[in-house]
Design a protein around this ligand. Structure first.
Ligand SMILES: Cc1ncc(COP(=O)(O)O)c(C=O)c1O
Length: 328
């Protein structure tokens, strides 16, 4: 396919069809379990899994057949499977939630997900559209958990930044529920896009970009941790895996607009990144970034946090409030 959202649509259709053909779920009853905070794209099925009104409001009625449970909560998944496992075709999750602010679930979560999905004969779909292809320091983010999903969705980096191309991967006995004429699109299987996808996979392997992401990501995170230690009144948390990091700005900074303000200051100082929901800034530099550019980026973040401090101090002074200094 072309976009990540189309990949998600395909995986959802695949799971439903597998549910009817292989698992023998009664017709029309197949359900898919998804997660709070998820982002799977902008098509109707994808927004039907979302809890973000910006995604779904104004587009109702939504697609039925999705049940949302808290991300990272294995007890909630087990309860859902115990209650309704017979009609559940799949569990879909991002190995690390990107749009939700680089949220990394508890360490043993996906191993337990794998066990439960196998126990209840439910497909485990990993949406690796954002986290996949080296972003987190492994080819797939789910590899950090030593887990093999039944279905993997790839997009974004698969096109090497040149052409849109997405893919759904599964073993033959799952994929073969799609028979000729039952799924497709005009530009699905686009030969030029496929050539680009093969080439971008080659570049990822040959240039060892996942390894590079792991190494440079550790340097980025360590730089961010230092900045956070000296500015803990402004920065609540930093986290990341590979070159996929996040900065949580304290909720009370700039009347709750701290992350947005920091994003603007960063842009003015020469670093582009984007806020996700709430108080989080997501950093996902290109995997080919040079070490000197990365260090320059860390320096810009440090200077921008100092600018944020000066802004907060100035607005507090105007209101006659006490001003905190950065720790040495
Ligand atoms: C996890 C995830 N799935 C699906 C999508 C949708 O991809 P696209 O924008 O190519 O439709 C995105 C986009 O950011 C994503 O992050």
């Amino acid at each position: 396919m072309n976009t990540g959202a189309e990949g998600v649509e395909t995986a959802v259709k695949l799971a439903r069809k597998w549910g009817y053909v292989v698992k023998r779920i009664p017709k029309g009853k197949a359900q898919i379990v998804c997660c709070t905070g998820c982002f799977h794209g902008r098509t109707l099925a994808a927004i039907s899994m979302s809890e973000d009104p910006d995604s779904f409001d104004g587009y109702q009625p939504l697609v039925p057949g999705f049940k949302r449970i808290p991300y990272g909560d294995i007890v909630a998944l087990e309860a859902q499977l115990k209650k309704n496992g017979r009609n559940i075709a799949a569990f879909i999750a991002e190995p690390i939630q990107g749009e939700a602010g680089v949220q990394i679930p508890p360490q043993s979560y996906f191993a337990a997900v794998r066990d439960l999905c196998s126990k209840y004969n439910v497909l485990f779909i990993a949406d690796e559209v954002q986290s996949g292809l080296g972003r987190t320091g492994k080819m797939l983010a789910i590899e950090h958990d030593n887990v093999r999903p039944d279905v993997v969705i790839l997009a974004k980096a698969l096109g090497g930044g040149v052409l849109p191309v997405s893919a759904v991967l599964a073993d033959k006995e799952i994929m073969d529920v799609f028979t000729p004429g039952t799924h497709g699109s005009t530009f699905g299987g686009n030969p030029v896009a496929n050539a680009v996808a093969i080439e971008s996979l080659k570049v990822l392997h040959e240039k060892k970009l996942p390894q590079r992401s792991l190494e440079l990501g550790a340097e980025l995170l360590s730089g961010l941790q230092k900045i956070r230690t000296s500015n803990s009144d402004l920065i609540a948390e930093v986290r990341g895996r590979g070159l996929f990091c996040a900065i949580d700005v304290q909720k009370d900074v700039a009347n709750g607009n701290g992350a947005y303000l920091l994003m603007k200051i960063l842009a003015k100082n020469g670093l582009l990144c984007k806020t996700t929901h709430g108080h989080t800034l997501r950093l996902s530099p290109p995997l080919v970034i040079s070490r000197s550019s990365l260090n320059r980026g860390i320096e810009i973040i440090e200077n921008s946090v100092a600018d944020l401090r000066a802004y907060v101090a100035a607005t507090k002074r105007v209101r006659g409030l006490k001003v905190k200094k950065a720790k040495k």
